[in-house]
Design a protein around this ligand. Structure first.
Ligand SMILES: [Zn+2]
Length: 425
């Protein structure tokens, strides 16, 4: 078994064997999904694992019977050269070692670092790259009507759709001010800028989200609004940085990483249901938006709703988030389940636990086992995102049954950061 390329973090798997469940002689799909992009995972899963007791022997992979022939070697070399032409940037630009160091130290998920590494090698399978390898007949971009080949630089920098992302008020990068003829030169330039541009973690998250959004158009026929994409990237970056800071504080003391209940969402115990609620105020004059998100111990989304509510204060909005959640749970017949309602509004928790208000006095006795907990805002990121997205009108009414890509990403990331090993990937 080989060693994985790139100086990954200390706590991350470093060998191929780490990704194999030896007892079952099968790939550890959960860990693969945590580390690699979807299309790489598919390729890895296509590799058949042989029982550990099988005798090892050298085989030549370019012939059917595994025997070396000069003819097959000639074709192999020709094929390799053709691939190299595609995978090298078009210019004579030599990527400085600074960029590789920057990529591997980026505070983000391992799979995003590996994606950046592939991107810098122009090895991401864009339509143009696939066309050059004769895998597809269509080299064009599907995100715009410019009939441009979907090169790496077009997709991630120059496409009119992508330009909306770089011009977003919370990003504001004038990509044309940098070398955009090859992506690694652009990444090198941008990683050395200080002050006026977002940090490298945010840029990594934006590039990753662009790739995912492009794939959603192709494979799910779902078009992501650039504003949604930016929000999702910023939320993910915040989440990763918060978690990593917390982990690095903990590691010297405990020697192992574990999700911090103060800063990250934690799943309920098996058999319990956790509902995160949030009230965004104001979204318009005397109007707030509420959200309620229900998940189980695997981190899977069980349901949820968002709603505009008349309100005159943030607390009034939070109270309505709580009341509508109780009504929703009752309607769904979940009032006899073991329930935790979690909010980042501390006053709301104190009011609920200490004040006997008629608002909920009528409805609370219907619940057999309900607890109301306080959490930090960073542990309530999903409900926060959903309420605000509803407030902007950018959330479809069917989001709970068919979550849009940014929401799906947040759900997956929170589950993985919380260590939900059973989370369906
Ligand atoms: Zn385009």
């Amino acid at each position: 078994m080989g060693t994985l390329c790139g100086p990954l973090n200390r706590e991350e798997p470093k060998t191929v064997a780490s990704y194999i469940n030896t007892a079952q002689n099968a790939w550890n799909i959960q860990l693969l999904n945590h580390t690699f992009d979807e299309h790489i995972v598919k390729e890895i899963l296509a590799i058949k694992l042989w029982p550990a007791s099988t005798e090892h022997k050298l085989v030549w992979t370019e012939t059917v019977d595994g025997q070396y022939t000069v003819n097959s070697a000639y074709h192999f070399i020709q094929k390799s050269e053709a691939t190299q032409i595609v995978s090298c940037p078009s210019s004579s630009y030599i990527t400085p070692s600074h960029l590789w160091k920057q990529i591997w130290k980026t505070k983000t998920a391992p799979k995003i670092r590996i994606f950046l590494w592939s991107l810098s090698h122009n090895a991401v399978p864009t339509n143009y790259n696939l066309f050059r390898r004769r895998i597809t007949n269509d080299p064009f971009c599907i995100l715009c009507s410019t009939h441009s080949p979907e090169t790496t630089e077009h997709l991630f920098l120059q496409c009119p759709w992508t330009q909306h992302i770089w011009h977003h008020p919370n990003v504001q990068i004038n990509v044309t001010a940098y070398a955009t003829h090859c992506i690694d030169a652009w990444l090198t330039d941008i990683s050395q800028q200080k002050g006026n541009v977002p940090d490298f973690e945010t840029i990594a998250a934006l590039l990753w989200q662009i790739w995912k959004a492009r794939n959603h158009v192709i494979f799910r026929h779902h078009f992501t609004h650039p504003d949604q994409l930016v929000e999702s990237a910023l939320a993910l970056t915040h989440l990763h940085i918060t978690v990593q800071k917390q982990q690095s504080k903990q590691q010297p003391k405990t020697g192992k990483k574990s999700p911090n209940p103060n800063t990250t969402w934690l799943p309920p115990l098996q058999g319990m249901i956790k509902v995160n609620i949030y009230g965004a105020f104001p979204i318009a004059e005397n109007l707030g938006a509420i959200s309620s998100i229900t998940r189980d111990h695997t981190g899977s989304l069980l349901g949820g709703f968002t709603k505009s509510v008349p309100a005159t204060s943030a607390l009034a909005t939070e109270i309505q988030a709580f009341l509508y959640t109780l009504k929703d749970l009752l309607q769904q017949g979940k009032h006899h389940s073991d329930l935790i309602i979690e909010t980042d509004c501390l006053i709301l928790v104190e009011v609920i636990n200490h004040e006997r208000l008629p608002l909920w006095e009528d409805i609370l006795p219907s619940f057999s086992n309900l607890k109301v907990h306080h959490c930090r805002r960073s542990a309530n990121a999903l409900a926060d995102w959903a309420a605000k997205a509803h407030g902007r009108g950018s959330l479809s009414p069917t989001w709970a049954s068919s979550p849009p890509p940014p929401l799906l990403d947040l759900i997956c990331n929170e589950a993985l950061l919380a260590g939900c090993t059973l989370f369906p990937t």
